[in-house]
Design a protein around this ligand. Sequence first.
Ligand code: ADP
Length: 427
Amino acid sequence: CGAGLMLLLSGKTRVAHVAGEGLSRVMSSLYAAVTEHLGGMKTAKSYGAEGRHADVFAKLTERVRHTYIRAVRNEAGLNFCLEIGSVLVLSLIVYVSFEVLAIPIAEVLLLLFLFARIIPRFSTMLRSYQSFVNLLPAFTTVMEMHARCEAAAQPKAGRAEQVNLQHGIQFEQVSFGYQDNGKPPVIWNLDLIIKAGETTAIVGPSGAGKSTIADLVTGLLVPDQGRVLVDGLPLSPERMRAWRDQIGYVSQDTFLFHDTIRANLLWACPNASDEEINQALRLAAAEAFVSGLSKGLDAILGDRGVLVSGGERQRLALARALLRKPSLLILDEATSNLDSENERRIQGAIEELHGRMTILVITHRLTAIRGADIIHVLEQGRLVESGTWDALAAEENGRFGSLCRAQGIDCKVAGDVLHFTDPVLRN
Ligand code: ADP
């Protein structure tokens, strides 16, 4: 009887599975919409688009409601069928026992007792199976994501090796593409040398692959072809941890916590003393503004650092990177968001660091790299020109020259060099 009931109710199990799949899909769309809305709330309001966002949210919640009701209705239907089915089976047993088989009453009572014990267990089993089938799609999604993360995970290092940047970083015929976007490789057969102790600049239009190079240098991305060598040795998992400890990274988007300046700086180097903190602030041209705050290093920065200006945030990010005393400082469009005064302050700080450490400046703004030892021009993932500012500026019809002209810079004017030792700028 149980097997018969199960067979009859197999349709409901299929519905539970489909409802589970639908619920999984619609819930992930809902989370994505909520995250997007919260991230872009200011833009949405300024475009008067919040109504449209609310509509999208309403549509998605409506779909969640529908799918959920369908699942619950299906479950209630199953319970109903089970109850009715049990009564029918029970009646059938009683009828057949008395009328057809003429079984004595004592044995019928025993049969009924067994039936009463077994049927609730059977119903529980069927209901559990249905919830299992309903939740299976969500579980499958999690397992698929787990497999993707495992496949992309950084290989575990057997033992840690030390890295001390002495000679430089070398890209050997490196190609890299973000596989899942179906586009050609972002970096293509790249040969590049970043010499230790020098300031190397990589310039080029947006989308040329400059930030991808920074990620390849830090080992966050692994080349599809070719090798990234640090002092002649590949970036193996054993060397990765020590290598990243040597890097100070400042990007366009500063990442500051809702905490004191001191806590934000110590995050990068927990054991740093106040003296080291002040030295890093001085190098980043941030000492004056921090000491001007009533609470100094103990001033709270607010959520994502909103209580200080964009330029001050950027200088704190630079100080944080410098506190680690990195061998390699990577500045990825670090001054692109700033007004010219703040840009000059940060450039002044960077110029002060010239020669003290290896610096990799990635930017599309050419004024930021006037003091670099070598400039590489990148276009569509390929190096199209390399040389000093003067050598590149001297090239007739060169790519660098046309980039300068596009930005209104006369690259041949020697006076274009920024003199960062100017004390006014440094403060
Ligand atoms: P740049 O720093 O020169 O502006 P990027 O290195 O950021 O260029 O990006 C180069 C190309 O790679 C762009 O076309 C960009 O759309 C693509 N890209 C960057 N990051 C990703 C990613 N995570 N997934 C897919 N494509 C990406």
